[in-house]
Design a protein around this ligand. Structure first.
Ligand SMILES: Cc1ncc(COP(=O)(O)O)c(C=O)c1O
Length: 423
């Protein structure tokens, strides 16, 4: 028994040493296909938004199971173009979760509309439909679920709520390429959905975005917003709606066309690596796994997330992350604050006065409280998507590193590290 324990200990410290030494997969992954595609565009002289963009729109829409795609130069602008194309008006309210990137909310503010925050569910980190329903007012126009980390929000409930109150749904699908709800792809579940192809994303052209929809009229309206307000078949210098230049280039579309066939295999790798992490981490006291939702039939894994029970671990997240990073695992805390606690929403010089004319009063975000989100911001740990592309053995090293740093007192004391939970 003692011999086995010492053998296990030796193996574990060997793995941890390997984890410390070896590099994690570089991102983005590219090769001869991308080089050839870029050179082809270069030499063609057709650099502007054209046939490659149209080809990518069609292929990506098909990949997610939607009818139409409209590319944009970022996920942020895809969201804004979608909101405008959906007919949002000044002073309308959009209900969204506060556990997301700022772009989800800033698109709403830039459309002169009002972000209203609804709490999230602890098992998916996505918006809580009960809280959405509580937050509906006569001003509510759109629900914007965010399919965070590749999880999918409860689209059954959200669709039922949208139908009941005659609201539209814009999915922020900027983390969810390849994710599916009851076998249907994200971005094709609501009225429309926006994706990002920014550098850190699972398919990338450095910057870029797309809106997907099954509604041809909506696709045309959104395209007009991304193309200086030119509506379908309008003359070149005819601008019927407010729009600006949010176009993608052929270079970016060529990169995305080269990356798209890689996405499927990479998604499978991330999924099987995530299974190893699930199995290993779920056995560690103090590590809290997210249950997910069975109706999410496929997950694209932009991030691998788990939570920690600080009391059980006897340390706070800051120390946990510090110890984990010392073991060579590049984990991060992710969003440390709900959006409504950012200076922008708190500051009197922020958007609230600029929206005041539309709501006839100041929007006071200091009164917003989403307790689940606030807790998740304190105790969640993120591993980025490219880590999930490493060899399976490296997933086991991550598990071993978590086992090692979670061991109470003695080990940390021998390393000269405290274990107190800071208040
Ligand atoms: C949830 C979410 N929404 C929107 C965006 C905006 O996408 P982009 O960076 O392409 O503008 C991001 C980007 O990280 C995001 O994470």
């Amino acid at each position: 028994m003692a011999a086995r324990r010492s053998r296990d200990k030796a193996a574990s410290s060997k793995s941890a040493a390997i984890a410390r030494k070896s590099a994690w997969p570089a991102w983005p992954i590219h090769g001869a296909v991308e080089r050839k595609a870029l050179l082809e565009v270069l030499e063609s002289g057709k650099w502007w938004n054209g046939s490659k963009c149209r080809e990518f729109e069609e292929k990506f829409a098909t990949f997610q199971g939607a009818k139409y795609g409209v590319v944009a130069n970022s996920g942020s602008m895809a969201l804004l173009a979608a909101l405008l194309g959906m007919g949002i008006q000044a002073g309308d309210e959009v209900i969204l979760p506060p556990y997301t990137f700022m772009a989800s909310a800033s698109a709403v503010v830039m459309a002169n509309a009002i972000p209203v925050f609804a709490d999230i569910l602890p098992d998916t980190l996505c918006i809580d439909p009960d809280d959405v329903e509580r937050k509906i007012t006569p001003r509510t126009k759109i629900i914007m679920p965010v399919h965070l980390a590749g999880y999918v929000a409860d689209m059954d409930r959200l669709s039922a709520i949208a139908k009941k109150y005659k609201l539209m749904i814009l999915e922020d699908a900027c983390h969810s390429w390849g994710s599916r709800w009851k076998r249907k792809g994200t971005g094709a579940l609501g009225d429309c959905g926006a994706f990002s192809f920014q550098f850190s994303k699972n398919i990338t052209s450095a910057e870029g975005g797309i809106v997907l929809t099954d509604d041809e009229k909506l696709a045309d309206a959104i395209r007009a917003r991304t193309n200086c307000g030119r509506t379908k078949n309008s003359a070149w210098y005819q601008h019927d709606v407010l729009g600006t230049n949010w176009r993608l280039t052929e270079f970016q579309a060529a990169l995305l066309l080269a990356q798209l066939p890689r996405l499927e295999k990479q998604t499978l790798t991330r999924q099987s690596n995530a299974k190893i992490l699930d199995k290993g981490l779920s056995k560690i006291p103090g590590i809290v796994m997210l249950k997910g939702d069975k109706r999410m039939t496929r997950r694209g894994y932009h991030l691998y997330c788990f939570r920690i029970d600080e009391a059980k671990l006897g340390m706070n997240r800051q120390l946990f992350l510090q110890l984990l990073r010392a073991e060579g695992v590049p984990a991060s805390e992710g969003y440390a604050l709900p959006l409504y606690q950012y200076g922008f929403f708190k500051s009197s010089r922020g958007m609230t006065p600029s929206l005041a004319p539309f709501v006839a009063q100041h929007v006071d975000y200091s009164r917003v409280s989403c307790p689940v989100c606030e807790q998740v911001c304190r105790d969640t740990v993120w591993l980025g998507q490219s880590i999930l592309l490493a060899a399976p053995a490296r997933m086991r090293q991550i598990v071993e590193a978590v086992v090692k740093v979670s061991k109470p007192t003695q080990w940390r004391e021998t390393q000269g590290m405290g274990n107190r939970v800071k208040g």
